[in-house]
Design a protein around this ligand. Structure first.
Ligand code: 1PR
Length: 584
């Protein structure tokens, strides 16, 4: 075996493994110091999808990283992998570091100033400025090669978008930091900051974006690098680095997210379902007289079945969804980790989906049937290992923020949000909010949420005009309201370490009336992390309006996609025509 993947024990290594299998390569894992000695210089690899196979002269290593800088360095150190990794890189053999696997090449990171990196690239990783844009930088953006016409661009092309998810970056500053800038291979602009999206020098290549999650464009980068490295192709000398002044507009795109609410139906099969205001059961049977021979009789009270999760996930990936979400919507009842059927669903979905996958439902401390206690970090880790990129926390986030507020805003580190973001990074933790409107009389209301009141617009829906309301948070799939407002939950979640918010609306869910702009505006103004608008999409114009009017980073829909009423490409074409940047 000539291709090796480094598993440092704290990241989503499965996604890269899936991509490499998809490309037809075989590989071995490196997870202990002894594994570094496994292969000598002559090994065989069989690219399964092409007829060519033969002896390669080189051993090549990919380190797919995710998570926090200090966690990555600590895990490498504890497993005795740091020194062998450094020696491997110094020996001149090809190395490809992805995300944190690229950042560990640097001397240090502002994320954890006391932790030393490998020091191969002599500069510090810095945090993005979050005063003018949401941080993490989460989504699809361009990467512009330093030498666009060179064959050394490793498949990176300025006409493609790549998936980024990070709060820290390597600034591109040829004048202030020329030694580090020598490594720049491509640059990306986020807001008005320009950073190195890929680095390369000699045997070392690194990508800040996740090629394994960047659809066809990302797979091409991995394939090009593996082919060139296995063939021992000489690396071109780096060209002269000149400053890249920020353009008026970055290449960051709005994301279209397809969401699948998953639960067991009455036969015990996991199905994708879809509710109206969170009620997922059929309302009534169609009258038999009006049935055509192809119509399926839907029993009143049965769980709506809109398809199989893995098949739908594959369909949405093929249709160009920028991200997918799988939510286990009944996990609040019982969700032991042992034999968790959602793990198998996520594993199978991750094998055919090469864009980010968020998994939600039951991400909390649990107890298995045999009494084994599982922490929320273990539960999240199990999902990351089978191919999830982010975990979404619902009910537990509400309880955590209640606790935080009771402690005067002083976190105690015990919540699922804190513990998972500490290990896997804030960008891996999403909070899914299920708010419900509480109508009040605007003339007399003097309650605690008067600063959060939303007023029905004169040009809005008829039944909203003249009314006012605030948004109360719920748990257990909307079944129980809690004494927390949506603004308090959003701000508390960010303070605890969440990296993104999925903002549902129980009132709009499944109605097709459009996104709730009042709700979205309220939350967007309250936080600096990315917000995904969810619930109520009925037409392609709804996406256009929500992006223009609320400047939200992403918009999610379920029902219209499951029922095939509006296509993802249709939404993207309309958005493009309206001047909204979307991934092609
Ligand atoms: O509380 O951490 O176990 O997480 C449970 C998760 O399950 C939460 O993210 C919660 O939002 C979700 N959930 C629970 N019950 C339901 C339900 O529908 N009965 N689904 C539910 C939430 C909302 C969106 C939906 C959009 C778009 N579904 O996911 O996809 O509203 O729908 P639309 O485009 O058709 O309008 P925990």
């Amino acid at each position: 075996m000539a291709l090796f993947l480094l598993d440092h024990g704290a990241g989503n290594v499965q996604s890269l493994a899936n991509s490499i299998r998809k490309l037809g390569y075989e590989f071995s894992w490196i997870s202990s110091p002894a594994d570094f000695d496994k292969a000598s210089v002559c090994h065989i690899i069989y690219p399964l999808t092409c007829s060519y196979h033969g002896w390669y002269r080189h051993k090549v290593l990919i380190f797919p990283g995710q998570g926090a800088f200090h966690t990555a360095i600590n895990c490498l150190t504890e497993r005795g992998l740091l020194k062998p990794l450094y020696d491997y890189i110094q020996s001149g053999k090809p190395y490809f570091g992805i995300c944190i696997g690229m950042q560990v090449l640097f001397a240090s990171s502002a994320e954890s100033p006391s932790t030393c990196g490998l020091g191969v690239i002599p500069c510090q990783i810095e945090r993005f400025d979050d005063t003018t844009k949401p941080v993490p930088h989460m989504g699809w953006n361009n990467a512009e090669p330093i030498d666009p016409d060179s064959s050394s661009s490793e498949g990176v092309s300025s006409s493609n978008h790549y998936y980024f998810v990070h709060s820290y970056c390597a600034r591109y500053d040829p004048e202030g930091s020329p030694e580090a800038a020598r490594w720049a291979h491509s640059t990306t602009q986020y807001g008005q900051e320009v950073f190195m999206s890929t680095v390369r020098n000699g045997n070392v290549f690194g990508a800040q974006f996740h090629p394994e999650k960047s659809s066809i464009a990302g797979l091409a980068v991995i394939d090009t690098w593996i082919k060139q490295s296995l063939a021992g192709r000489a690396q071109a000398e780096p060209s002269r680095r000149t400053p890249r002044l920020p353009k008026p507009q970055d290449g960051f795109t709005k994301r279209i997210v397809a969401c699948m609410d998953v639960r067991a139906n009455d036969e015990g099969d996991l199905v994708v379902t879809k509710g109206d205001q969170y009620d997922v059961r059929e309302k009534c049977s169609p009258s038999t007289s009006s049935l055509s021979s192809t119509t399926t009789v839907k029993a009143a009270g049965a769980v709506r079945n809109l398809g199989k999760p893995v098949a739908l996930a594959a369909r949405y990936f093929d249709s160009g969804a920028d991200e997918l979400c799988l939510l286990n919507i009944t996990s609040f009842r019982h969700s032991p980790l042992q034999d968790q059927p959602m793990l198998a669903v996520v594993r199978a979905a991750a094998e055919c989906v090469f864009v980010p996958l968020t998994i939600g439902g039951g991400i909390k401390d649990t107890v298995d049937p045999d009494g084994t206690k599982r922490t929320a970090v273990e539960v999240a880790g199990a999902y990351f290992r089978v191919g999830a990129d982010k975990v979404s926390i619902g009910s537990e986030a509400v309880y955590a923020v209640e606790k935080l507020r009771a402690a005067d805003g002083i976190p105690d580190g015990s919540s699922a949000i804190e513990s998972i973001s500490k290990v896997y990074g804030t960008q891996a933790v999403v909070v899914s909010i299920d708010p419900k409107r509480v109508y009040v009389d605007p003339a007399t209301y003097d309650g605690p949420y008067k600063d959060e009141l939303v007023h029905g617009r004169p040009d809005g829906l008829e039944n909203e005009r003249g009314k006012a309301w605030w948004y109360q948070c719920t748990v257990s799939g909307g079944r129980e309201t809690r004494p927390v407002s949506v603004v308090q939950l959003a701000q508390g979640s960010q303070a605890l370490g969440a990296g993104e918010i999925i903002l549902n609306s129980i009132d709009r869910d499944g109605t097709g009336l459009g996104f709730d702009h009042g709700l979205i505006g309220l939350v967007k103004r309250a936080v600096t992390i990315p917000v995904v608008a969810s619930s109520g999409a009925g037409t392609k114009e709804h996406f256009e309006r929500v992006f223009v009017e609320t400047d939200v980073e992403a918009a999610l829909a379920a029902g219209i996609f499951h029922r095939g009423e509006v296509g993802i490409q249709e939404i993207k074409s309309a958005a493009r025509q309206a001047g909204i940047s979307v991934r092609s």
